[in-house]
Design a protein around this ligand. Structure first.
Ligand code: G3P
Length: 215
C-alpha cells in the first residue's frame, strides 16, 4: 500500500518527502485554506515539484460543467495533477467527461460502497472513502474499505484505486492496508506518530549509555 500525505503545507511535504516514503499528496479546500494567503495554483505547482506522484487538487463547483472547467485548468498546471470532485451525480458527469479527455480524477467524500462502484464505472482514477468520518458516526469505517476492495477485485474492468482517507491514527493506516486499500493518505502528525515507539526511544538511550560507558 502506498502512502500519500494529506496536506497543503509545504514544510510538512518537504519533510515527509525527505523520508523517502511519499508516493503522492492529496489536498482539499479546507487544507488549502489553512495555508493563509497561499495561491492555489502556486501551492499545487510547488507540491508537484517536491513529490513525483499524483497530486490531488479539488474543484469547488457544484455542477459537472463547472467541475470540468476547473479540472481542465488544473490539468495545465502539472501532468501529475489529479482533479478531485465530490461524490455526487454532477461529480460523476465531470469524471466521465474528464476521463474522455485523458484527465485523471479522485472522487472524494465517499461514504458507501455504491458511491464507489458508480465512481469507478464513470471512470474515476481514484476514490476516497473517508474512514475517520465514518467511524465518527459509530459505524466501522474500515468495513467500507473492505467492501469497496471486494467489489473492485470482483470486476476485471475496474482499475480504480482506493485511497483510504480521513485517517486519524496509525492503526487506521495498518487496517487500511489489511482491508485492501491501494493508498492511505495521512496527516503529517499521523505519519510522525507511526514511527514513534517508547521501546525504540528506550533502546536508543540504552545503546548510547552503554557506548559511552564502554571500557
Ligand atoms: O482526505 C480527506 C481528509 O482530508 C478528511 O480528513 O480528518 O477532515 O475527516 P478529516
Amino acid at each position: 500500500m502506498q502512502i500519500y500525505l494529506d496536506t497543503a503545507n509545504i514544510s510538512e511535504i518537504r519533510e515527509a518527502a525527505s523520508w523517502g516514503i511519499l508516493s503522492g499528496v492529496t489536498t482539499n479546500p479546507t487544507l488549502v485554506a489553512r495555508e493563509k494567503g497561499a495561491d492555489f495554483k502556486s501551492v499545487i505547482s510547488e507540491i508537484a515539484e517536491l513529490v513525483d506522484g499524483p497530486i490531488s487538487a479539488e474543484a469547488v463547483s457544484l455542477d459537472g460543467e463547472g467541475m470540468v472547467k476547473e479540472g481542465l485548468e488544473f490539468a495545465t498546471w502539472h501532468p501529475n495533477v489529479i482533479v478531485k470532485v465530490p461524490s455526487t451525480t454532477e461529480g460523476l458527469k465531470a469524471v466521465y467527461q474528464l476521463a474522455r479527455k485523458g484527465i485523471r480524477t479522485n472522487v472524494t467524500l465517499i461514504f458507501n460502497a455504491s458511491q464507489a462502484l458508480l465512481a469507478a464505472r464513470a471512470g474515476a482514477f481514484i476514490v476516497s472513502p473517508f474512514v475517520g468520518r465514518v467511524d465518527d458516526t459509530g459505524v466501522d469505517g474500515m468495513q467500507l474499505i473492505r467492501e469497496i476492495s471486494q467489489i473492485y477485485k470482483s470486476d476485471s474492468e475496474i482499475t480504480t484505486k482506493i485511497i483510504s482517507a480521513s485517517i486519524r491514527h496509525p492503526r487506521h493506516i495498518i487496517d487500511s492496508a489489511l482491508a485492501g486499500a491501494d493508498i492511505a493518505t495521512c496527516p503529517f502528525k499521523v505519519l510522525q506518530m507511526s514511527m514513534r515507539h517508547p521501546l525504540t526511544d528506550r533502546g536508543i538511550e540504552q545503546f548510547l549509555a552503554d557506548w559511552k560507558a564502554r571500557a
